[in-house]
Design a protein around this ligand. Structure first.
Ligand code: PLP
Length: 403
């Protein structure tokens, strides 16, 4: 832009280096609504790139509720929740969410990222210690960093390593301890050992913060989430975070927990207090979405059928699916350029399965993140499997030709 501005030239050099490492990122502009089939640059693509696990993002009933919500409640909330921006649909949504997940209260946030920035710094100040899984979502990591700035200690344990966590907890003298984990890991699709984490939380008198962004709506009876799926009855130590832009199809997030926890967040959480409430129409649409999500068990049944089909069809490929029973089915490729090349080859076939590379995942574990949705058909999964089988063959016959 302005010639000779050195900091900008530095940025340009850093971006060029990222591109050389196969780490350039690109946004794709969709010309159609979220769905199994989307238009990009005038081409129709079969997409495995959303977190719309139940196919609700473009559900006519939710769209109608959004439009009606705007007519009744206006376009904007006009203020933060504490300053007059807490409208009836916001309250109704909180009550519906708390009832669904079986906790006394829920509090909604504009995004999951903001919810995760709220909890840890509010609960963990000087004298507190946070114990976090190494593969936690970026927003939990940043929440922990904010808590650290308030004086909390932050320890990270190896992914799902309960024994290591137990040793850290036993060695800690912190007055307030918080165990923090994704319930379903966003780039691996595996579950946290929630029952074991819960037992440790009881033993060591800790809070347990679970981020159920990918389990809420997808797992458990009525889509109540990972705890319901695992048969874990929540108590006062559980802080459950869920997002509303994935399975619920709209946007936003919530934290559910005990009365005192939620009341404390309302009084102290900066990313709750110092921000305008989400438009009430979104909350109205979410009330309908949460009802649909809870009622339509067949969406989860169809999703499970798609997962089973994908696993059956991808056996015998040179790339392995990571062990996951959730809608997130990562196909491990390894090297950045190879993952990118496979993703691009599929793109040529009209199939969108994004390559996920570092820093989102550890170096050497670049992958295709195949994300299934109830909006997909079994034929859609077969088309992806056929294409991957073709590319596996070409790749291997090419390798054999090399000396
Ligand atoms: C998507 C995601 C978030 C952030 O939620 P948003 O509502 O999209 O901001 C938080 N945690 C996990 C594990 C996620 O996958």
């Amino acid at each position: 832009m302005s010639a000779g501005f050195a900091p900008e030239a530095t940025l340009a050099r850093e971006l060029a280096t990222l591109a050389q490492q196969g780490l350039a990122r690109q946004r794709r502009e969709l010309g159609t609504a979220c769905g199994a089939h989307v238009d990009v640059d005038g081409r129709r693509l079969l997409a495995f790139a959303s977190n719309d696990y139940l196919g609700l993002a473009n559900d006519a009933r939710i769209v109608a509720a959004l439009a009606e919500g705007a007519r009744q409640w206006g376009a904007g909330a006009g203020a933060s929740h504490l300053l007059g921006g807490h409208l009836h649909p916001h309250q109704a949504l909180e009550e519906a969410l708390a009832a669904l997940v079986g906790l006394p209260r829920a509090l909604t946030f504009s995004t999951g990222f903001m919810a995760n920035l709220a909890v840890l710094p509010t609960l963990a100040g000087r004298g507190a210690a946070i114990f976090a899984d190494r593969l936690n979502h970026a927003s939990l990591i940043d929440g922990a960093l904010l808590a650290k700035a308030h004086g909390a200690q932050v320890r990270r344990y190896p992914h799902n390593n309960v024994a290591a966590l137990a040793r850290m907890l036993a060695a800690s003298t912190a007055a307030c301890k918080i165990i923090v984990s994704d319930a379903v890991f966003s780039m691996d699709g595996d579950l946290a050992p929630v029952a074991e984490l819960y037992a440790l939380a009881v033993q060591h008198d800790c809070w347990l913060l679970l981020d159920d962004a990918h389990g809420f709506g997808v797992l458990g009876e009525n889509g109540a989430g990972t705890c319901a799926h695992l048969g874990i009855a929540p108590d006062a130590r559980l802080i459950l975070m869920g997002t509303l832009g994935k399975a619920a199809g709209v946007g936003g997030a919530f934290v559910a927990g005990s009365e005192a926890l939620i009341e404390t967040l309302i009084h102290r959480a900066r990313s709750y207090i110092f921000t305008t409430a989400a438009p009430p129409a979104l909350a109205a649409a979410l009330c309908v979405a949460v009802n649909i999500l809870a009622d339509e068990e067949e969406r989860r049944a169809h999703l499970r059928a798609l997962i089973a089909r994908l696993k059956a069809r991808l056996k015998g490929l040179p790339w392995q699916l990571l062990p996951s029973d959730t809608a997130i089915q990562p196909l491990l490729v390894g090297e950045n350029h190879a993952a990118l090349a496979l993703s691009q080859a599929l793109w040529q076939d009209g199939i969108w399965a994004p390559a996920i590379r570092p820093p989102t995942v550890p170096a050497g574990t670049a992958r295709l993140r195949i994300s299934l949705s109830a909006a997909h058909s079994l034929d859609d999964v077969d088309r992806l499997a056929d294409a991957l089988a073709r590319h596996a063959e070409t790749q291997f016959s090419n390798q054999e030709k090399q000396p």
